[in-house]
Write a protein that binds this ligand. Structure first.
Ligand code: BF8
Ligand code: SF4
Length: 682
């Protein structure tokens, strides 16, 4: 390189540095800010830097780039100011922007539904192996839930005795049949998925009338891939219907089965205490990060890390113990069942390694950034891939494949590798001193129990408080981080705005982790952040205003909670009548699109932040944002501004309150509240 070239390079690098936003402009989370700064000081490239140097494609972002055949990519951007007169944009084959955007959207639904459902299939296979006693490592733990759900799968829990008496059926037999029936849902070719009937009857009847009841999980996903192949389905509404079939096969199929069987296998979650953020890592401990989505192996790692022999081994290597921490939804899974603390959400995965304190990051499937391998290369951290579907092509990652028959041995091997890596720390350890306490594990069964106790557990108290106006409505706020927006900012702004206006929030996924870090998952936060009505209810019942329900497959718990609210009565006959709304403020993954579609098709008004790749196809956009309301009673919306986003959700909730005729009750409660406060002050 000539001196001139070197000089130019230095100038370019300095320019880049000048232009790069400060760390505090990229995240609201102090731990994240501190680690972005450290990564920059160390010259380590993270997603926060790459988001500055690489801008998103202006046509892809509109959803109107088609590369479904080799005559393309055909790119149909919508220019600023829109189209005057007739929209004549066409791909080589004549595909309109609507067809192209709808096909791209459908493929996102297919990929998202496939990811959740393949997770569910893996769980069903392990469940069956456990039920058949082919593995020593997994045992059915929650027989109560097993008996509760078996009939939904068409599995009898009683048998007729010799003289006609009704007898309890053998629990192992029930488990095996349940495993077989559940696994059969993937390859089923005809009929309908068995859990669709869990929905309120009018919802199920609507799906039936519309002809969108999914037949089999794999079938609906395959059909999207067929229909979106060059020259097949060229009607955006017809594609939209198939999106619904595949998405329902996710929410009321693959994801719901995953939640059901994980609960039976590992225990149904009930509220427990833990903490969140990078501050949970310990300088003098062997730190193991578990990252990904399937809890099958991580359940074993939790057990392995607690073994006295492992703790002793860690001490021999100079550590005081073993600290586990989770990232992404594996984190949520092991939090809600074991209280393992949350190290961080999606955008913190590289930064956890930047602490220099992580001996091993064990990953399974989904949301694992390839760059964790590069960041780990700068430290002593070992990246261990564990799933045959998800390897990283870096010579430095280890692959220890998960096998349900040897899972505990595999887990012990992984923990041992981490311990042996403890003395290899090479860079100074810097752990941000930030973590917050939280309570998580609100399965819909736990909410039931919390509201009314074991003997009179029900959603009636919740409904009563919605009807009397103390609680304005219910919001499901879920989903990812997205490096195109300020990390965690929209999540927190929206959730705080909702609870301030007495809307109780149900959360999963990376939003749940964000709320945990912000301290919103504690009953005490109610007094600080909630409107007077919601604060009163939370304080009386002793629950946080934001209920952590689990991982992203556990969005099925939100569907079940909504169904329970309908069943408890007084708020209409279907989910679409509830004063409720859904939101994914910082979404990025295709799974979020599948989730959005099944929420919409279940009757929920669902707002996404950031952007939706449909803006280049105004007719298809209108179908999603407006026309679907007339079909399902729920529809999509997109609002990047977090305050406006929350306002739209609250406006929808108020619209539903009015339709139910309970809008006046709220005014009365607020008046009472003001009067009471006046009295107290006097
Ligand atoms: O399934 S919320 S970034 S971790 S995709 Fe991924 Fe999104 Fe996080 Fe969980 Ni869900
Ligand atoms: Fe272009 Fe049509 Fe091929 Fe798509 S399918 S790339 S629009 S020719």
């Amino acid at each position: 390189m000539t001196t001139e070239e070197v000089k130019t390079k230095v100038v370019v690098a300095k320019e880049k540095e000048k232009k790069a936003p400060k760390a505090e402009e990229l995240s609201i989370d102090p731990a994240t800010i501190q680690m972005i700064e450290r990564s920059r000081e160390m010259g380590i490239d993270t997603i926060f830097d790459r988001a500055q140097t690489m801008k998103a494609c202006n046509i892809g972002i509109q959803g109107t780039c088609c590369k479904n055949c080799a005559q393309g990519p055909c790119r149909l951007p919508l220019t600023k100011g829109g189209i005057e007169g007739e929209d004549t944009r066409k791909g080589l084959c004549g595909a309109t922007p609507e067809t192209i955007a709808a096909r791209n959207f459908a493929r996102m639904v297919a990929a998202g539904a496939a990811a959740h459902s393949d997770h569910g299939r893996g769980v069903a296979e392990t469940f069956l192996a456990a039920a058949r006693k082919e593995t020593e490592d997994y045992k059915i733990q929650d027989t109560k839930k097993l008996l509760e759900i078996a009939p939904d799968y068409g599995v009898d829990i009683t048998v007729e005795g010799e003289s006609g008496e009704i007898l309890d059926r053998d629990i192992d037999e029930i488990a095996v049949e349940l495993g077989e029936k559940a696994l059969g849902q993937w390859g089923q070719q005809q009929g309908e998925l068995c859990l669709l009937k869990r929905a309120p009857a009018p919802r199920y009847e609507l799906w039936k009338k519309l002809g969108v009841l999914p037949r089999g999980i794999d079938r609906e996903i395959v059909e999207i891939m067929h229909r979106t192949h060059m020259g097949v389905d060229q009607d955006y509404e017809n594609l939209g219907e198939q999106c619904t079939r595949a998405a329902l096969a996710d929410g009321w199929g693959g994801s719901m089965i995953a939640t059901d069987l994980q609960d039976v296998l590992f225990g149904c979650p009930y509220p427990l205490k833990s903490s969140a953020n990078l501050g949970i890592l310990k300088k003098d401990h062997v730190n193991i990060i578990i990252h990904g989505h399937e809890p099958l192996l991580s359940e074993m790692i939790v057990q392995a890390a607690e073994l006295p022999e492992m703790i002793q081994y860690a001490k021999e290597k100079g550590a005081k113990g073993i600290q586990l921490g989770g990232i992404c939804c594996t984190a949520n899974e092991i939090l809600i069942r074991h209280g393992v603390p949350l190290a961080g959400n999606f955008l913190q995965q590289e930064l956890a390694i930047v602490t220099g304190a992580v001996e091993a990051m064990v990953v399974d499937v989904q949301c694992i950034m390839e760059n964790v391998a590069n960041v780990a290369d700068c430290f002593h951290t070992k990246i261990i891939t564990t799933n045959p579907r998800a390897k990283i092509a870096s010579g430095k990652t280890l692959h220890i494949e998960f096998d349900e028959h040897t899972a505990f041995e595999d887990a012990k091997r992984i923990v041992r590798i981490a311990i042996e890596n403890f003395p290899n720390r090479e860079k100074p350890v810097v752990i941000p001193d930030y973590k917050s306490d939280l309570i998580a594990g609100f399965s819909y069964e736990a909410i039931n129990y919390h509201l009314g106790g074991t003997f009179r557990g029900s959603y009636v108290p919740l409904n009563d408080n919605i009807i009397n106006g103390r609680i304005r409505g219910v919001a499901g706020v879920v989903g990812c981080n997205n490096a195109r927006t300020m990390h965690d900012n929209s999540h927190i702004t929206i959730v705080k705005e909702l609870i301030k206006h007495d809307v109780i929030v149900l959360t999963t996924g990376c939003n749940a982790i964000t709320c945990g870090k912000e301290g919103l998952l504690t009953p005490e936060s109610a007094r600080v952040f909630c409107g007077p009505g919601l604060a009163e209810v939370c304080e009386t019942v002793g629950i946080p205003p934001v209920l952590h329900m689990g991982s992203c497959v556990d969005n099925s718990r939100i569907l079940m909670a909504a169904t329970e609210v309908v069943k408890a009565g007084g708020l209409g006959k279907d989910i679409s009548e509830l004063p409720a709304a859904g939101s994914a403020p910082e979404w990025m993954s295709e799974k979020a699109i599948s989730i959005g579609q099944y929420f919409v098709a279940s009757g929920v008004y669902t707002v996404f932040g950031v952007t939706l790749p449909v803006s280049g196809a105004p007719v298809f956009e209108d179908y999603l944002y407006k026309k679907l309301e007339g079909i399902y009673g729920g529809m999509w919306d997109m609002e990047p501004d977090p305050m406006e986003h929350a306002r739209k959700m609250i406006a929808h909730i108020d619209k539903k309150r009015k339709a139910l005729g309970i809008d006046k009750a709220r005014e009365r409660v607020l008046m009472d509240m003001a009067d009471r406060q006046k009295l107290e002050a006097a």
